[in-house]
Write a protein of this length. Structure first.
Length: 332
């Protein structure tokens, strides 16, 4: 495998930054092929570790970047955004964190700035789409003729990852729905809550991306080159499609939650009905046993050998009559 080199020819690691906070530097020819010779490069891709103080110093000292772009790189995250400043397209876009462990799964942020000659990227956590594109560059399996091509590839991978997440959540909802229909739903409440939480996160990001690219199209269409306008249109369409897919899945989760709540309510009503019947049946017996349990004179059948059985029979008959009456009321 080819190893990326810094300006001094020292190998860079894609996972550990060098002394400048750089993960890697890749040079590309006009044909989109990677080259190790910076002199014949048409454009360059640099990737920084944003949480590294050395990288932040390098970005702050980058004279080619306009001040608003440097501030966007180094400032506290204000959520996703994309904008244009002095021919530099820059922004903060969502991407799935690399799933090296179950705890790492989730959404991270990819900050970038590009013009015709340079793409500068920065991130705090390992990002899945960026790493996939880096591997494609290393293997030479894809050509990137411009920074815009590479950003579109990164965002395309990110959208593919989110589409896969939505597909997986759809399969999860299918399983939950099957179990609810089979009345095997008693352990599905937490699974449904977790699925809906993940859907909310992805759906918000799709809504954000759709609005970002729409804003870029409306605000800077006349200032941007046609390839970038076309890229924004394609990504906006894909994000909008995934947004609607997420909406449909969210509607399914709400319907499943409503059905689950209806089943829980039905179960509660059944339990309350059983308790009501038991209370109604035992109430006459409780009253009779309470009356005959009083330690006062004049109680009937105290000295009768069959008194206990007579009182028991009376209480049983009254309880049975009460039970039949309550059951009849329950069927009305």
């Amino acid at each position: 495998m080819n190893i990326a080199l810094n300006a001094e020819g020292t190998p860079l690691s894609p996972y550990l930054p060098d002394e400048h906070g750089l993960f890697f530097i890749y040079h590309f020819t006009a044909d989109g092929l990677r080259t190790k010779d910076a002199a014949e490069a048409a454009w360059t891709w640099r990737s920084y570790q944003l949480s590294d103080l050395r990288a932040r110093r390098e970005i702050a000292a980058e004279a080619a970047l306009p001040a608003p772009v440097r501030e966007a790189f180094l400032g506290a995250s204000q959520g996703c955004h994309i904008d244009l400043e002095d021919d530099w397209l820059y922004g903060d876009l969502p991407d799935l964190r690399h799933d090296y462990s179950a705890e790492a799964r989730g959404l991270g942020h990819f900050r970038f700035a590009l013009n015709e000659k340079m793409l500068i990227g920065a991130r705090k956590q390992p990002l899945e789409s960026v790493d996939l594109i880096r591997k494609a560059v290393e293997s030479g399996s894809r050509k990137f003729r411009s920074p815009a091509d590479l950003i579109e590839a990164v965002m395309g991978q990110s959208l593919d990852g989110m589409a896969a997440e939505l597909h997986g959540l759809g399969d999860t909802l299918d399983g939950i729905e099957d179990r609810i229909v089979r009345d095997a739903w008693h352990s599905e409440r937490q699974s449904l809550v977790e699925a809906r939480r993940q859907l909310v996160v992805i759906h918000r990001q799709m809504a954000t991306l759709t609005n970002l690219f729409r804003h870029l199209d409306h605000s800077h269409r006349n200032e941007l080159p046609d390839p970038i306008n076309d890229m924004a249109t394609r990504l906006s369409h894909r994000a909008h499609t995934l947004y609607h897919d997420g909406e449909q899945l969210q509607a399914r989760t709400r319907l499943l939650q409503d059905e689950l709540m209806a089943k829980l309510t039905m179960q509660s009503n059944q339990l309350l009905y059983v308790l009501s019947v038991m209370t109604a049946v035992l109430l006459p017996m409780t009253i009779i046993s309470g009356l005959f349990g009083m330690n006062v004179g004049g109680l009937p059948m105290v000295n009768t050998p069959m008194g206990f059985w007579v009182v028991t029979a009376i209480a049983t008959v009254i309880a049975a009559a009460t039970y039949l009456f309550v059951r009849r009321l329950g069927r009305m």
